[in-house]
Design a protein around this ligand. Structure first.
Ligand code: BES
Ligand code: ZN
Ligand code: ZN
Length: 500
């Protein structure tokens, strides 16, 4: 198991292996020498035409001057007026890989150098983004490798250092929060990356109970018998072919005086073989990630609890395995949902909407003020939107606008797809109230959404995030792992839980 760098803050710097200095290009697009002992070095690079301080560029040099560090890493941030939070996040990631390559053990981030950016509005927000880029890059899923070591990826200690004493409490708050962000995002990643033979519903139920206890969150686990008592026949129909029993995990973070309740619902298919409508074998191994919606909501509620947000947050994780078997549900089966509607199961591979239908209905029992669900629901969302954003659908434009806005702030972007009533026509059948799939190959993400909508009661604000494209395989982004789960959307959902 790997660990993340420990972040803290200091006013008087105890010396570290390396200093980190931010450099802007504010002087006619040329690097501006930072104040302090390293200004001469930058002038030298400038004359030599070397380090230009473009955003994301780095220069690692040995230092034998008056300062105390043996090395210094210059991190270019470009023209300060053009700096975006995402560029800062990427710069954080590049800085971490540089330190990793150089085997640097301790770093002092000289924060005051960031404040030299002339046109930087809200510099603290850039320090946050830079820090996110660093800590989110320190992840490896190696628990099953023989050479797995208990070691930190990158420097074991990173300190935010400022000479300005009034900054100290803000910096230490930021450092602590960044550690919490990394810890929770990494829990989401670990959950999603867990292989399907070990990552069975019971495993996640135990992990959830353990993590909940450590964070003052109540946890109740429903077994299949409990689900049967709750009349969740759709949920049960999906797991009918599995040797592993399904679980519904209910987490309740309930701070005193909470006025609003946010319900977070996650699809947790621990392996999606497609069931009797079996999938082709190419890339089928990726379907261990089909519980990433549940993993994302787990990370989000933990981060909300660590931050002690004022709202009550409920997370409901529907864990089940979709397998073919003699006992598995066959296409043409008609099953009655918890809300009384009957569903003709045309395609057992459209299982996510079946488990969600019952737990979305169940979520209303907690009388939340809104319901947000996350699910790797359709391959079609990759066709529609690619990997730059997830799909968002729902019944409340205000709720969707707020989620999109927070998503933008975190660069976990969302794009709204329509839910015109006409799409529902495709989900009708002569045999039952609804069918779970139709033959039309187009607009699949919308049809998934419109199906879920049938299980949301009138007046309940609801949004559905289809994260099939963004939940894993995001290696093109610097601070996400090259392979496997990304942990995307945890930061947005935790912030949403606080701000709703
Ligand atoms: N888990 C899949 C969706 C998925 C596909 C996620 C590819 C990630 C990558 C889901 O259960 C599924 O199989 N959906 C079907 C729906 C169809 C049968 C209506 C799909 O997307 O093809
Ligand atoms: Zn499926
Ligand atoms: Zn699935």
């Amino acid at each position: 198991m790997t660990r993340i760098p420990q972040l803290d803050s200091k006013t008087t710097a105890i010396s570290a292996d390396s200093d980190l200095i931010f450099v802007f290009q504010d002087g006619a697009k040329k690097p501006v020498p930072p104040k302090g002992p390293y200004s001469g070095l930058i002038s030298k690079f400038r004359q030599a035409g070397g380090f230009e301080a473009r955003a994301g560029s780095t220069q690692f040099v040995a230092f034998s001057g008056k300062g105390k560090a043996k090395h210094v890493l210059f991190v270019g941030l470009g023209v300060s007026g053009d700096l975006t939070h995402e560029k800062a996040r990427q710069a954080g990631s590049y800085a971490l890989s540089k330190f990793l390559g150089e085997k640097t053990k301790s770093v002092n981030v000289q924060v005051d150098s960031l404040f030299e950016g002339k046109n930087l509005k809200d510099p603290m927000s850039f320090l946050r983004a830079f820090g996110e880029g660093m800590v989110l890059s320190a992840y490896k899923f190696d628990r099953y490798k023989a050479d797995s070591k208990d070691e930190v990826i990158g420097p074991s200690k990173v300190s935010y250092v400022s000479k300005n004493k009034t900054m100290h409490s803000a910096l230490s708050g930021l450092a602590k929060d960044l550690m919490n962000v990394a810890e929770c995002v990494n829990i989401t990643r670990d959950w999603s990356n867990e292989p399907c033979n070990t990552g069975i519903p019971e495993y996640y139920a135990k992990e959830a109970a353990r993590l909940a206890k450590a964070h003052g969150i109540k946890c109740r686990v429903l077994t299949e018998a409990d689900a049967a008592k709750e009349k969740m026949a759709l949920f049960l129909s999906v797991g009918a072919g599995s040797q592993h029993e399904g679980r519904i995990i209910v987490l309740d973070y309930h701070p005193k005086g909470a006025e609003k309740t946010v319900a977070l619902v996650g699809k947790g298919i621990t392996f999606d073989s497609g069931g009797i409508s079996i999938k082709p074998s190419a890339k089928m191994e990726d379907m261990k990630h089909d519980m990433t919606g549940a993993a994302t909501m787990m990370g989000a509620i933990l981060l909300a609890a660590k931050r002690k947000v004022k709202n009550r947050v409920i997370a409901i994780l529907a864990m089940n395995e979709n397998m073919p078997d003699g006992k598995a549900t066959n296409p043409s089966s008609v099953v009655r949902a918890r809300n009384g509607k009957t569903v003709e199961i045309i395609n057992t591979d459209a299982e996510g909407r079946l488990v969600l239908a019952d737990v979305l209905d169940f979520a209303h029992d907690f009388k939340p003020d809104c319901i947000v669900n996350a699910a790797t629901l359709t391959g079609a969302v990759l066709v529609a939107l690619g990997k730059q954003c997830c799909g968002i659908l729902g019944n409340d434009d205000g709720l969707i606008a707020q989620l999109k806005n927070i998503g933008d702030q975190n660069y976990e972007r969302m794009w709204q797809l329509p839910m015109f009533d006409e799409y529902l026509e495709d989900m009708k059948t002569d045999v039952a109230d609804l069918r779970n799939s139709c033959n039309d190959p187009y607009g699949g993400t919308i049809r998934g959404g419109i199906f879920l909508k049938q299980f949301i009661k009138k007046g309940m604000p609801w949004a559905h995030l289809d994260i099939a494209a963004t939940g894993y395989g995001m290696g093109h982004v610097a601070y996400y792992p090259k392979k496997g789960a990304s942990g995307m959307h945890v930061r947005t959902l935790a912030q949403f839980a606080a701000e709703f």
